[in-house]
Design a protein around this ligand. Sequence first.
Ligand code: AMP
Ligand code: ZN
Length: 101
Amino acid sequence: MDCIFCKIINGEFNTEFVYENEHVVVFKDIHPKAPVHLLVVPKVHTASLNELEDKSLMGELLQAVKDVTKKIGLKSYRVQINTGKEAGQEVFHLHLHVLGA
Ligand code: AMP
Ligand code: ZN
């Protein structure tokens, strides 16, 4: 499968992970739209929120948002999930944008 986020997760680009656990990795967006712009990405390939069936993974993703923002001391932020091409989704591997000051 030709998925850029799967390749990042597999370490093919030596991307630095800001945070990692059993279920997710977090790395900086390459084109930041805010002073802090992180991507929280599940290790299991899922094309978008529409394909996500594992409810527990939703909890893991939001818990990872809490954990990584606590780790870097970011108290104020927005979380965004672009779902579908018309909504601006470019990478079809589910990810949460974390946008903070
Ligand atoms: P979306 O539009 O929600 O699919 O967001 C995809 C995001 O992935 C965009 O904000 C891109 O800047 C970001 N992105 C694409 N390739 C990379 C990469 N190699 N490393 C980090 N972020 C990336
Ligand atoms: Zn993938």
